[in-house]
Design a binder for this molecule. Structure first.
Ligand SMILES: [Zn+2]
Length: 521
């Protein structure tokens, strides 16, 4: 077959942040050499400079796909798999579905991937891209930490001031009270303390056409809106629990689901960043404390919300019979052995919301049973792969690197020591000459030999140091061994990893659990 080759070059912000040694021109040189060495026919190059690998919607990439459709090219070469993209799911789509369906050969030079060669490296594509995925996650954490520091220092860094406040036009990191909203905040606290339920508060505010925080926010930024909105218990509860209102600026109350998504979820309270006294108070401490106490006594089902929202398999579990989601809730139980424990149970949501109509059946199941089965399944799949594949190679390579480095360091230390010993011998020889034990001639000969030995040792030592430097240069800053180990043990697997590997989990009436993976098992 005659291959018409397109080369794809990409460099991005996250590569820059990590000092990735792969400028566009380096990538181009590498790929053009590969084409020459393999007698391939170069047709075109596609470049995305400064575009993140987490999205596949890139100008260069899109025009390359267009040329595939027009059959201008039938082979794509990149430096490594992460150049094509770091999003695991999209990557899998192109490499496993799109390219084969369009009869396009894909080669990642440095990873030894060639989709038209049947080698074990290809079986590992899905895992390679899972690594790439985790790698970006790591970077996106690093990039976020700069903002985090600002928050720690009590600077307000949000795009919009919290309800009741307004950004100081002289310093966007400082908040001032927005009196028209602050009045509502005080009223909400007063109503709650006087025993009005959250629902009751919502009804009152909605009926009085008081604008909800999200509508006020839109108006503050200049949108015109003739609606007032419907107050939700969640909004009211968030206001009642927000320590910002007693002057303690509270940030990081929400977080992004992950680096790919813009969706925000509630952050665990332990991760909030609270800067005491950083903003003016709207509520006094006593009122606030009283409201918190009232929340505590109202809560008798365990802290259901925050527990179930952090479940590893959240959003992936469905009812086999009716295909609706399985909902989870925490229950306090008294056991003889451990006293009070919180257990999480799931039920078919269709059943629990329409009990009276007799739709579906309970599908009651303990959450921990599902998680255990899913994780042990994943572990055994990983272990099947470990016997004959790239993961082993990656670990071995990492081991070889560490061993080699250790050997070189040891050697350098030994040579250093040798030099000291020779110098000592040289000194004692000189003393022997002074004491008349050896003649001047004998000393001279010995001295010349010592010098030769020292020179040889020093040369060897310098060679060692050079090798250490070269070795470090060749081995990038990713610790694959660590990533792979964690992957295999599934220690605290990130939810993003589970979501990239597992499509859905179905529970049937008899509590059987079916797992659907996103890759071929
Ligand atoms: Zn159901």
């Amino acid at each position: 077959m005659n291959y018409k080759v397109g080369i794809y070059l990409r460099l991005s912000r996250e590569d820059d942040a990590l000092g990735e040694s792969g400028s566009i021109s380096n990538q181009r040189d590498l790929l053009l050499n590969y084409i020459k060495d393999n007698n391939l026919c170069f047709v075109s190059e596609y470049v995305d400079d400064g575009v993140s690998g987490t999205t596949f919607d890139r100008v260069g990439f899109n025009s390359m796909i267009k040329d595939c459709e027009l059959k201008k090219i039938n082979m794509i070469i990149t430096k490594d798999t992460s150049r094509l993209g770091r999003d695991h799911i999209e990557f899998g789509y192109y490499v496993e579905r799109y390219f084969p369906e369009h009869n396009i050969r894909y080669v990642a030079v440095n990873d030894g991937i060639d989709t038209f060669n049947n080698n074990s490296a290809n079986d590992m594509l899905v895992f390679k891209s899972a690594f790439n995925d985790m790698y970006v996650k790591d970077i996106s954490n690093k990039l976020r930490s700069a903002l985090y520091t600002k928050k720690r220092n009590g600077c307000f860094v949000g795009a919009y001031a919290p309800y009741g406040y307004i950004k100081d036009i002289n310093d966007k990191h400082q908040l001032l009270i927005n009196e028209s909203e602050a009045v509502i905040v005080r009223r909400i606290f007063r109503m709650f303390i006087n025993g009005i339920s959250l629902n009751g508060i919502c009804d009152k505010l909605t009926n009085e056409n008081i604008k909800t925080p999200s509508i006020s926010k839109n108006m503050n930024i200049g949108c015109t809106n003739y609606h007032y909105g419907v107050w939700s218990t969640r909004t009211v509860a968030d206001i009642l629990k927000n320590p910002t209102y007693i002057g303690n600026l509270t940030q990081c109350k929400q977080k992004k689901v992950n680096y790919k998504s813009k969706k925000r979820i509630h952050n665990d309270k332990s991760n909030w960043i609270i800067s005491v006294g950083a903003v003016p108070k709207i509520i006094d401490e006593d009122t606030f404390a009283l409201a918190q106490d009232m929340f505590k006594s109202n809560r008798n089902r365990g802290n259901s919300d925050s527990i179930t929202s952090s479940l590893l398999l959240r959003g992936l579990v469905y009812c086999k019979e009716c295909k609706h989601t399985i909902g989870f809730r925490a229950q306090k139980q008294i056991t003889k052995k451990n006293g009070e424990v919180i257990r999480i149970y799931g039920n078919c949501n269709y059943w629990s919301k329409r009990k009276k109509l007799g739709k579906c059946t309970p599908h009651s199941i303990k959450y921990s049973d599902i998680e255990n089965i899913v994780l042990s399944n994943l572990k055994s799949i990983f272990n099947q792969y470990i016997n004959s594949n790239d993961i082993v190679t990656a670990i071995k390579k990492e081991d070889r690197y560490r061993n080699k480095l250790d050997r070189l360091y040891n050697n350098a230390r030994k040579l250093d020591n040798d030099i000291k010993i020779i110098n000592k011998k040289c000194d004692s020889c000189y003393n022997d000459k002074l004491d008349g034990i050896i003649t001047s001639d004998m000393y001279k000969r010995a001295y010349n030999n010592f010098l030769i030995d020292i020179k040889r040792c020093e040369e060897e030592k310098n060679e060692c140091i050079k090798q250490i430097d070269d070795l470090k240069k060749d081995n990038g800053n990713i610790n694959y061994k660590c990533i792979v180990d964690n992957l295999l043990k599934l220690n605290n697997p990130p939810r993003s990893l589970i979501a990239t590997l597992v499509n859905k989990i179905e529970i049937n009436e008899d509590k059987n659990i079916d797992i659907y993976f996103k890759f071929k098992v």
